[in-house]
Design a protein around this ligand. Structure first.
Ligand code: SF4
Length: 279
């Protein structure tokens, strides 16, 4: 700042002196020209002194904490979604897995339990690969957060792994979790018709009916007017199920208007058209 003030003084000083003298006719033209040139040279030489100044290192910054916090806000942290594997008994973490999460993400990390059975964990971007590898080694699954298809929100498989289709649920989860979508997509899974209320409030609901599956779409849980999903198709085989669900998601991705929510998309496009394109 002081350098700028000095330059202002140098530029104006020559003119403040020179113009009144020139007005009296006592200043030779060559002297006026030389004074003008000298004014410019002195301003440039003074400005070049700035090159010798050093910026303070972050560690020397008087408000170091603010500096770090600001750089984090500028995108140096990232959220990841962490879940246990789909298993009988619900979303079960082991004590070791919780200990690993605490150890690798550090004491300052933000950890949020979402309504769709994922832990959102905020981590430093530059440590992402190392942290994800440690979490996966402890048996946890890691997915992107944000505008993606969430990992499958499955029931507790109380009727047994085989009868409730645990392996099928895992295969569907592998096929869909993390697919980028215009808005977040939640897919619910019930291993029998007794537990249908939860999947029917999701964007896509899968219900196991004896040896086949029913697929519902367009559920909406938010607000006072919750909307149950509508039946899209019955009798889908175990082999067909992952493909049917991924086709519905792809069709939504390709045809949604901007960030159109899935249930609004279903209302606009209609069940008939979605059925004709995805089944
Ligand atoms: S949906 Fe059926 S199998 Fe799954 S937890 Fe509920 S009752 Fe048990």
């Amino acid at each position: 700042m002081s350098n700028i003030k000095q330059n202002l003084f140098l530029a104006l000083g020559y003119k403040t002196l020179g113009i009144p003298i020139a007005a009296t006719g006592l200043l030779a033209p060559w002297v006026a020209g030389a004074a003008m040139a000298l004014s410019l040279v002195s301003v440039v030489l003074n400005a070049l002194r700035l090159r010798k100044l050093k910026c303070a290192k972050p560690s020397e910054h008087p408000k170091n904490d603010v500096f770090v916090e600001r750089s984090m806000l500028m995108g140096e942290t990232i959220k990841i979604a962490v879940t246990p594997v789909i298993q009988g008994g619900g979303s079960l973490f082991t004590p070791e897995q919780f200990a690993t999460i605490g150890k690798v993400v550090g004491t300052d990390a933000k950890i949020e339990m979402t309504s769709f059975k994922q832990l959102y964990v905020e981590i430093p971007l530059e440590r992402r690969e190392e942290i994800v590898a440690s979490l996966q080694q402890s048996g946890l699954e890691v997915y992107p957060a944000g505008f993606v298809t969430k990992s499958l929100i499955a029931c507790n498989f109380c009727k047994g792994a085989e009868e409730a289709g645990l392996e099928t649920a895992r295969i569907v989860n592998k096929a869909i979790a993390g697919i980028e979508t215009p808005t977040p997509i939640k897919v619910g899974y019930a291993g029998c018709a007794l537990g249908t209320s939860e999947p029917l409030l999701k964007d896509i609901g899968i219900v196991k009916m004896r040896n086949t599956f029913d697929v519902y779409i367009g559920g909406e849980a938010k607000g006072l007017k919750a909307v149950p999903a509508k039946l899209l198709v019955s009798g889908v085989s175990e082999e067909e199920l992952p493909q049917v669900i991924t086709k519905i998601i792809s069709f939504y991705k390709e045809n949604a208007k901007g960030k159109e929510k899935f249930n609004r998309f279903v209302d606009r496009i209609t069940l008939e058209k979605i059925s004709a394109n995805c089944l």
